[in-house]
Design a protein around this ligand. Sequence first.
Ligand code: CU
Length: 196
Amino acid sequence: MRDEDGTPGHAEDRDEHGRPLSTLLPPRRQWWGRIGPDERRWLTIAFVWCLILFTGMYVWMGIGDQQTPIESYRIDPDDFRAEVESFVEEHRVDEVDGADVVAPPPGSDVYLHANQFAFRPVLQLQKDEEYRLLVSSTDVQHGLSLQPTNLNFQVLPGYLYVIRITPDEVGEFPIVCNEYCGLGHHLMTGLIVVDD
Ligand SMILES: [Cu+2]
């Protein structure tokens, strides 16, 4: 900015009596002048970038396979508990440290029950088969984070989450709860085992 007499920069640092301007006084002839070309340029760049990012949100949702297919429905927690019980009863193959190990048929619906403070049962899945993972909680909010993948979901009581997964790697995949759910939260884990 230039002063009216053409002096550049800080000619306005003194008031009309030659006293230094206090920060309590408004600077003179600065704020209401036309914005300079530099400022205009940066504002334009920032605005265009905002538009690109805004459009990108929708493009990112539409292309690529980074979005996990998930649906959610209302479910009565008691109904869910009953469905899990009959699922475990039907396909139970083992017990490890007091946890039921379940080997459901390839490509079927598999249940995962989040409850203070465990995910049960332990699921034994086959590689390259698509499963519908049916997840819910029957007490408080939990978080389902499948390690070391990028799968990460909230699990709320009263809602059934249907997640389509196709394991493409053999191994053991721990599940951790990533929403604080009570005193045992840090101990809350589960396990998915993928076999060939
Ligand atoms: Cu939890």
